[in-house]
Structure formats: structure tokens, C-alpha cells
Design a protein around this ligand. Structure first.
Ligand SMILES: Cc1cc2nc3c(=O)[nH]c(=O)nc-3n(C[C@H](O)[C@H](O)[C@H](O)COP(=O)(O)OP(=O)(O)OC[C@H]3O[C@@H](n4cnc5c(N)ncnc54)[C@H](O)[C@@H]3O)c2cc1C
Length: 473
């Protein structure tokens, strides 16, 4: 093996965080090798192409959109993508019990669509809300308690309970309030009421309607980035599963082992930036963190028609319906389906290797067809073609025990002085792409200037109240 005199950094994972770490490092003159398990870059932000009888279709792993409050990052992405970065408008609805609600809720729409008990219940809850103190420390309350204390029981039962249970596969009473505080784009029922008044806007959070989206799917952003990285000398090793680490007696990672075409290869390096799941890195170093992820399976289907609806997302709240979201990729970019045709994607939560994960594709398609029918989408509009895809580490399972487990995992890995964990999986955080990219850059910066930012990365953008921001786009 040839020994290089320049500092060699191994970046594990070619998702947004890994690619951005590589960008910063190569710009600063480091030698960089990225090791990626899949046969493509982009991680959960990749886009797959499907050749159907009417032409090419593109499907993200669950439709993505780019929003950020970091103007420099947007400028970077803009420059990278040029005219291929489109503007798109988000329009979403909630489907529940045969009714369709605008998302976010709007007064006229609600009065028109909601059944009387929901309106009366919501109004009574609002009255009670005005006088009730709310638990402030979401680390000790469950998702169910957090939502009920802010939105009241009526809205919780209608819009949160079934959807959340289906998404996470656990009772919302066992889910941490952390997830609610970081994901729900309104603070409480009073805020809902304020928003519902014509001409009023929530003072707490804004809701990004406009977003950026690459012409050929979200993944185009990362294939483009990878192309540029390769021209700058970054080596990207695909189809390579990181399966071990060689650690010296003083806890330095000396080499990363990966399996490629059945053979294990060691990559010797000076430092490691890992975007692999926190639980996996613990396992590779002999520690069982107990942290778990919720998975997704996607049913992707070309349609004969050119338009299913004008919605970007349809949230499917009924627990009897298998999927949590119905999407029409063409709503993001017209290039996601051949001219005159469309497609649908259903996001189905599951656990790796459970019945849904393992279900034979034709059977799953039949099940999805019957769900579509109940949602008023004629399954006969489907061409009959389909493919399914998977995301194993879709969501870090933020149950009531996750914070303790996460802290133990962080403490365990911090003993390896030349290892920096970063990105969504690596820090076990429910974050968007832009934050993962920023985290990747922070990790690289730590290597570049030698300043240990590991704790900072784990806590980066950990705001309790603002996740969904007005896009600087
Ligand atoms: C359904 C869904 C919808 C989303 N929508 C949006 C959205 O609209 N906007 C937005 O900004 N964000 C969205 N996100 C979040 C976004 O996908 C993540 O924030 C982003 O992908 C995180 O990037 P990352 O690089 O940290 O992790 P990842 O994208 O997961 O990349 C990690 C990489 O590590 C690789 N890897 C794992 N194990 C190994 C191994 N053993 N060996 C080698 N490589 C390995 C993986 O293959 C992967 O390529 C969504 C997420 C989901 C699940």
C-alpha cells in the first residue's frame, strides 16, 4: 500500500452531509475518499429513474424540497445547479375520514369542510387553552401530552393521533415531545386561531410555501455535486459497505474496513468523518446503543393520466390507510414524468423486515390500489407498472428513552479522538437536508482548523420551536 504524505480523510456515506464535508476538505487541500454502500450518491436525497412503457419517470425516496435560512448555502446550491434549480410552490392537504382539509388550516375551508363536532370541540378546547399552563420541558413529556396541551383533545384525535401512530409504529404516548416541538409548524391552538383570522399571520413560525427543486429530481443536486468533487480529486467508492474499524491502543481509528464485491478492503486514513447511523458506528466499535430507526417503503407507480391533483403532498391521517403520504412527483418538476403522463408515490412506514417491508410487490400494489380507491383516485388510471424502494433509516425513533441512549452513544464515540459524527443519521437528529449539509461542513471545518466541534455538531440547530422556516429562496 502506498503511503501518502498529505492528510487523508475518510468520509463515510455519500449523502448531503458526506458530500459537503468532502467539498470543504478538498477545497482546503486534503485528500478525501468517500465510501458509500449504495450504487449511487445522495443518500435519502437521491432520485431513482424508472423506464416505463410511456417513457422515463423519476422518483425521490419520498419527495424532497430544498429550503434553508442560510443564504450562503442557497447561493452555493444555486451556483452549482444554475438553470436546473426550479422554483416550486407547495400545496398540501390533509385527508381524514373522507374529508379534505387545506394544510395549513384556513378558516373558510375549515368551516366548509369540518364536521360540526370537530368545530364545536375545537372551540371549547380553545376556550380552555386560554387558561391552561403548558408543559415547557418537552424532554419529559410525551408527544401525546405535548400536542393535547397545545391543541386540545379534539384536534389531537382528528389530526395527530392516527397519523402519528401509523408513522412511528408506536403509541404517541410513548413518543418524545421533542419530535412535536421540532416538527409541528404551529405553536398551539391560540396560534391556530390567530392564523385562521383573515390577514393574520402566526408570529411564531412561518410556513414555507415556495421552495427550490432540481429539474430532474432532488437527487440531481447531489449527482452534480459528486461530479464536481470527482473533478477536484475526491475518490467516491460506491457499492462499499463499511463493516469494521481498526482502532489503535490509544483509541485512534487507523483504518476503515469496507466490503466491496465480497472482499474486505482497509482504507488507512488520518481522520474519519462519519455520516453513518449513530447506532451502526456504536456497533462497529463494540457498543450496543439501543437506538432504533423507523423505515419507509415506497410504492412508485406510473399513471396513464397527466394529472392526479394539484397537491404536492396529501397527508393520509386515517389509520386504516397503509401510507402516510400520497405524492405526485410532477407537482415538483414537470420533468418527473413523460409529457402527458403522471405518477404517484405512496410513503408507507414500516420496520425493516416486518410484514410490509417484506410483502411481495404485487400484493402491496393491490393493497395500495384499494387505498387509492377509498381516497377517490381511480386505480384504473395506473399503467400497471410499479417498483418499490426502501429507506431503512428514514426516521430516528424518538421515543421516551432516546435522549438517554443518544447521550450514551455520543459519550462512547467521543473516546475516538479522530472520529467526527455528523449528518442526520450520524447525530440521530430529525433534520432537513440543508442542516445536514451545514453539519457536514462543520465537521470538515473541525478537521481543517483542528478545533473540536463535535458537541456543537450534535446540538446544531436544535431550536425547540423553529424548524420550518420561510425559505430564503
Ligand atoms: C420521507 C422523507 C422526506 C424528506 N423530505 C425532506 C425535504 O423535503 N426537505 C429536506 O430538506 N429534507 C427532507 N428529508 C430529510 C433528508 O432526507 C435528510 O436530512 C438528509 O438526507 C440527511 O443527509 P445525510 O447525509 O445526513 O444522511 P443520508 O442522506 O441518510 O446519507 C447517509 C449515507 O450513508 C450511507 N451509508 C449508511 N450505512 C453505510 C455503510 N455501512 N457503509 C457505507 N455507507 C453507508 C447511506 O447509504 C447514505 O448514502 C426527508 C427525509 C425523509 C425520510
Amino acid at each position: 500500500m502506498s503511503v501518502s504524505t498529505e492528510k487523508h480523510i475518510a468520509v463515510l456515506g455519500a449523502g448531503p452531509a458526506g458530500l459537503m464535508a468532502a467539498w470543504e476538505l478538498v477545497e482546503a487541500g486534503f485528500k478525501v475518499t468517500i465510501i458509500e454502500r449504495d450504487d449511487h450518491v445522495g443518500g435519502m436525497c437521491a432520485t431513482q429513474t424508472f423506464s416505463g412503457k410511456h417513457g422515463e419517470y423519476r422518483f425521490d425516496f419520498g419527495g424532497h424540497r430544498f429550503i434553508t435560512k442560510n443564504p450562503k448555502l442557497l447561493e452555493f446550491v444555486d451556483e452549482l445547479m444554475g438553470e436546473d434549480l426550479l422554483y416550486a410552490q407547495r400545496k398540501s392537504v390533509i385527508r381524514y375520514r373522507g374529508r379534505i382539509y387545506q394544510y395549513p388550516l384556513a378558516m373558510v375551508d375549515l368551516i366548509k369542510n369540518a364536521p360540526l363536532p370537530l368545530l364545536v370541540g375545537g372551540a371549547i378546547d380553545l376556550g380552555k387553552q386560554l387558561f391552561k399552563p403548558k408543559p415547557q420541558d418537552q424532554s419529559t413529556v410525551s408527544f401525546a401530552e405535548w400536542i393535547e396541551s397545545r391543541f386540545g383533545t379534539t384536534l389531537y384525535k382528528h389530526f395527530f393521533e392516527g397519523y402519528t401512530g401509523k408513522l412511528w409504529g408506536i403509541d404517541p404516548g410513548f413518543l418524545s415531545g421533542d419530535w412535536a416541538s421540532q416538527r409541528i409548524s404551529l405553536m398551539d391552538l391560540k396560534d391556530v386561531a390567530r392564523r385562521l383570522l383573515p390577514g393574520r399571520r402566526s408570529s411564531v413560525r412561518t410556513y414555507a410555501r415556495q421552495y427550490r427543486y432540481p429539474k430532474l429530481g432532488f437527487g440531481q443536486l447531489y449527482t452534480r455535486l459528486a461530479e464536481v468533487l470527482e473533478t477536484k480529486g475526491v475518490e467516491i467508492v460506491l457499492n462499499s459497505d463499511v463493516c469494521g474499524l481498526t482502532v489503535t491502543h490509544d483509541n485512534k481509528i487507523e483504518a476503515v474496513e469496507y466490503e466491496y464485491e465480497g472482499a474486505v478492503t482497509s482504507l488507512f486514513c488520518d481522520e474519519v468523518i462519519s455520516t453513518l447511523p449513530l447506532s451502526l458506528m456504536c456497533k462497529l466499535t463494540g457498543f450496543d446503543s439501543g437506538l432504533e430507526f423507523r423505515s419507509l417503503r415506497f410504492m412508485n407507480m406510473p399513471m396513464e393520466t397527466d394529472n392526479i391533483s394539484d397537491n404536492t403532498w396529501q397527508y393520509l391521517s386515517d389509520p386504516e390507510i397503509l401510507g402516510t403520504r400520497l405524492q405526485e412527483p410532477k407537482r415538483r418538476s414537470a420533468h418527473m414524468a413523460p409529457e402527458g403522463r403522471s405518477s404517484v408515490m405512496i410513503e408507507i412506514p414500516c420496520d425493516k423486515d416486518d410484514d410490509i417491508w417484506s410483502m411481495e410487490g404485487d400484493r402491496l400494489q393491490q393493497r395500495v390500489f384499494s387505498d387509492l380507491e377509498s381516497l377517490g383516485v381511480d386505480p384504473k388510471l395506473a399503467t400497471g407498472e410499479y417498483f418499490t424502494s426502501y429507506t431503512e433509516h428514514a426516521y430516528p425513533l424518538m421515543d421516551m428513552t432516546y435522549q438517554t441512549k443518544r447521550e450514551k452513544a455520543i459519550t462512547h464515540l467521543s473516546q475516538f479522538g479522530n472520529l467526527i459524527m455528523t449528518g442526520r443519521q450520524g447525530t440521530f437528529r430529525y433534520i432537513f437536508t440543508d442542516t445536514a449539509m451545514e453539519m457536514g461542513m462543520m465537521a470538515a471545518q473541525s478537521v481543517i482548523d483542528g478545533h473540536d466541534r463535535r458537541r456543537e455538531i450534535f446540538d446544531f440547530r436544535n431550536e425547540k420551536t423553529v424548524i420550518e422556516v420561510q425559505s430564503v429562496a
